[in-house]
Design a protein around this ligand. Structure first.
Ligand code: AMP
Length: 335
């Protein structure tokens, strides 16, 4: 199964000629969204949430949503709540015209394009969704409060769009897990669907942040996906072999400042012990130039193992044996 990791995901051909597509309805305010949403009717409505600067990864989510649902809503919202004070909110790419062209091409029915004051009319909300302990590790450790900000916005957008289905990328594995947990723990009536990571032909995971990379940064950044690939290729040999193989690639690229490389249980995000067999998440984060990048590959650890496209539906508590995994404490770089 590892071959799927090496190439860009196959992109399904559009099912209708572009000329037959109607222009997406654009809603910028709550009343406009409410009116446009009412037109879509009940049942079979999907949402794809984005921060804009759309690329083929977003398109893959939209196509999957279109294949499953009657109607597709795309939200484009640069959520200030999920950016820390020293993060890149102000320089985050804004490309509304090309985002709209992609939505048009992909046959999106409704684009919700709110500004922060539409989502947070009273300013920063005093009441927020708490991501809990899973929000404090890995990305949450590097970005305190990030996942509370993500889940608060996602919860509001789920309410406002009234979607029955919501699509998220495996690329942001911890976010996907936490959204699943929120939907389950707080009884959101939505099915959360995971979509595999879309990559460039050379393995680099597509990301809006790739726009910040210089040519040489981009070359350096390839070590992330190469490390994951090397780790997944050692999947049959067990956890320490996977970590060793991935780490060997990263240490050969001193220009990438690695924040963490972990092999964790998909629902507890705890390091898996050496005896562990089954699905795990090999995840990496690091800084290349001025840009923080993340990537991951789901792996099946053990005989016949290798890279997977997505993890099974790992919403939490009942899915794994968290207490038997044991806590290894905070993740150290290259642990
Ligand atoms: P963002 O605009 O970065 O917040 O991403 C919006 C959605 O697109 C999230 O569910 C991401 O996980 C997903 N996404 C971003 N990059 C990719 C990618 N390379 N492949 C698949 N999904 C992606």
């Amino acid at each position: 199964m590892t071959e799927t990791f090496d190439r860009t995901e196959p992109v399904a051909a559009p099912t209708e000629p572009v000329a037959a597509r109607t222009e997406p309805v654009v809603a910028r305010t709550r009343p406009d969204l409410k009116a446009a949403r009412a037109e879509l009717g009940d049942g079979g409505v999907a949402v794809v949430m984005t921060m804009g600067a759309l690329h083929e990864g977003h398109s893959a989510l939209i196509r999957r949503a279109r294949a499953d649902a009657r109607h597709v809503i795309v939200t484009i919202f640069l959520n200030p709540l999920q950016f820390g004070p020293r993060e890149d909110l102000s320089r985050y790419p804004r490309t509304v015209d090309s985002d709209m062209a992609i939505c048009r091409r992909e046959g999106v029915d409704l684009v919700f394009l709110p500004t922060p004051d539409v989502i947070y009319p009273d300013g920063d909300p005093g009441v927020r969704v708490s991501a809990g302990p899973l929000g404090n590790v890995l990305e949450g450790q590097a970005r305190p409060g990030h996942f509370d900000g993500v889940l608060t916005a996602v919860g509001k957008l789920l309410h406002l769009t009234g979607a029955d289905l919501a699509y998220y990328g495996q690329k942001d594995a911890q976010q996907l897990l936490l959204i699943r947990r929120m939907a389950r723990d707080l009884d959101f009536p939505v099915d959360v669907v995971a979509v595999p990571t879309v990559r460039e032909a050379d393995g680099l995971a597509l990301s809006s942040r790739n726009m910040y990379l210089t040519e040489s940064d981009r070359e350096t950044a390839l070590c992330l996906s190469r490390a994951l690939h090397a780790g997944a290729a050692a999947a049959t040999e067990g956890p320490s072999a996977i970590r060793r193989a991935a780490r060997a690639v990263l240490v050969g690229e001193p220009l990438a400042l690695i924040d963490y490389l972990v092999l964790v249980h998909p629902s507890t995000l705890e390091d898996v012990p050496e005896w562990y067999r089954g699905e795990a998440l090999l995840a990496v984060a690091g800084r290349v130039g001025t840009t923080r990048l993340i990537d991951n590959v789901p792996v099946n650890v053990g005989p016949g193992g290798g890279a997977l496209e997505i993890l099974s539906n790992t919403a939490g508590r009942d899915d794994g044996p968290p207490s038997t995994l044991g806590s290894t404490g905070p993740h150290s770089p290259l642990s």
